[in-house]
Design a protein. Structure first.
Length: 516
């Protein structure tokens, strides 16, 4: 088994993106808004405003690298468009198609169900002469707290000692193998996690670097959640003279197999952290994607440790397997409502949650919470379902295959792309939707929270989803004009200097804000 090492040279800060109150505004009637959304208003071409041109020049970005679409959120002619029909990658702004389609088709109160069944006999003393089966539904929100609560319910229902196995069924999604290193060579970054039918804690751990109260001047490293068979070794040199700075870049992180015999089918692993650590940094956290396998190894370690933690015993292994035919559900875990999941996706630009939600949308609505006899969802199913929803609420000419290309629904893709006009018409349609308040509340408020908390463009007056990839920078959302009119604003930059494009996009937000 290979040793995985994150060297200082391979680590650069990555912009990740996203908390907020809904704008309580009256929407159009459900009967009329879909038909209206299919009638785009006439476009009136205008030159780019001086403040945007000045920002482009200051950042040495040509105007040809920018696409813009600005229009009133409800009705009225387009205020500004520039290369709005040019298909461009939009990075995390593509999450607006996934989350908007989910709210429209599922509704804000929709939930996922994770089912549990028992084989064999559960005796009065808590012994199960059989196995526990867990069937995933693609729930994006099964964090370690929810896993602990779910297994605590097993204990509360009388289960204590499992003489068989814990069997995990992830077959709701039919996925190709996922390589977290393939996208950008940063396979230990949590945003590179792949989707799973049974995703637990997003396959990630958090390293906590903490001043040691028992040994002043020393640093401890703790891992959360604790995983069965995983040992942490810290060899940090306290530095009392340096400023905090980029403390991660100076550290060497290794995750590797350790000597010892496997227990419950899980080989020992070691997390090792070495290097200087400035004491001026105080407590810090370091999120890391668990590297071993396709998510099964992480899930097995988390479930085994948590089961022991709540007082349970297991004789067998935690393994993958199919849900038994004719099994009767013993318990079900219900997820947080969709509106909370959408908020987490948009405010924090969570890629793996977006991918989970995107795949979920590939299942027929009538069968989403009943996995029995239903073919697993493929990526192509999800792409077709979301594209169909977008076209239904806009038009085939506005958001057809030449204006919208979907890949995994998160924007963490080199092929996923949209025109500024398609994004703009989609946001206009969603503004007229009954679920508009839930979508708007999920977007970061500029200068306040989420990925835009440090943005100054229209600060406090724009609900904006941001996106960034190498060579790409994007914004899309809603800006409150000084007149009281709210506007849909889309800005897409595709250029080698896109990392310097934030002043350009802030200038666009400021221009939309000054609508008088």
């Amino acid at each position: 088994m290979r040793s995985l090492r994150l060297s200082p040279a391979s680590r650069a800060r990555d912009p990740i993106g996203h908390i907020v109150r809904p704008w309580l505004l009256a929407g159009l009637s459900l009967a009329g808004w879909t038909a209206w959304a299919q009638q785009p208003p006439p476009a009136l071409p205008k030159p780019l405003p001086p403040n945007i041109l000045a920002a482009l020049e200051a950042q040495d970005i040509p105007a040809e690298a920018l696409s813009v679409w600005v229009a009133p959120a409800d009705r009225g002619p387009v205020r500004l468009q520039h290369l709005s029909e040019t298909l461009r990658p939009a990075a995390s702004v593509m999450k607006l198609f996934t989350t908007g389609a989910a709210l429209h088709t599922r509704g804000p109160a929709w939930t996922w169900q994770t089912d549990v069944a028992l084989t064999g006999t559960l005796h009065p003393d808590g012994r199960l002469t059989g196995s526990v089966h867990v069937r995933g539904s693609g729930d994006p929100s099964l964090h370690m707290e929810q896993v602990h609560a779910m297994l605590s319910r097993w204990r509360a229902a009388g289960l204590r000692h499992i003489e068989g196995d814990i069997v995990l069924d992830r077959q709701i999604f039919q996925l190709s193998s996922h390589d977290p290193w393939a996208f950008d060579g940063k396979g230990l970054r949590p945003y590179n996690a792949g989707p799973s039918g049974l995703l637990l804690n997003q396959q990630a751990i958090t390293l906590h670097l903490l001043p040691d109260a028992a040994r002043p001047g020393q640093i401890r490293v703790a891992v959360e959640p604790v995983l069965a068979g995983v040992h942490v070794q810290a060899d940090l040199t306290p530095d009392s003279r340096s400023a905090c700075g980029d403390w991660r870049a100076a550290l060497n992180l290794q995750l590797q197999a350790a000597p010892g015999w496997p227990r419950h089918g899980l080989a020992p692993w070691q997390i090792r952290v070495q290097g200087p650590y400035p004491l001026s940094c105080g407590p810090q956290t370091w999120p890391v994607l668990w590297p071993n396998g396709d998510g099964h190894d992480f899930g097995a370690r988390l479930l085994l440790h948590t089961w022991r933690q709540v007082g349970g015993e297991l004789d067998g292994h935690v393994r993958s397997g199919a849900w038994p035919e004719h099994a009767i559900t013993w318990q079900s875990w219900t997820s947080a409502p969709l509106t909370e999941v959408v908020r987490d996706i948009n405010k924090f630009s969570n890629n793996v949650m977006a991918r989970q939600l995107f795949l979920t949308l590939g299942r027929p609505l009538s069968t989403t919470n009943d996995a029995s006899g239903i073919a697993p969802v493929t990526l192509q199913d999800a792409q077709a379902a979301v594209a169909r929803t977008v076209r239904d609420l806009t038009s085939a000419t506005t958001c057809g295959p030449e204006q919208l290309v979907l890949d995994n629904g998160s924007g963490l893709s080199r092929t996923e792309s949209s025109t500024a006009a398609c994004l703009g018409h989609w946001l206009r349609a969603l503004w007229a939707s009954p679920t508009m308040p839930d979508l708007v509340a999920s977007l970061p408020l500029t200068g306040v929270d989420g990925t835009t908390r440090r943005w100054q463009g229209a600060a406090g007056h724009a609900r904006i989803k941001t996106g960034s990839l190498a060579g790409v920078a994007a914004v899309a959302g809603y800006v409150d004009g000084v007149s009281g009119q709210r506007h849909v604003v889309v800005g897409l930059v595709q250029h080698p200097r896109a990392a310097q494009a934030r002043p350009v996009l802030e200038a666009l937000l400021n221009w939309a804000r000054q609508d008088q």
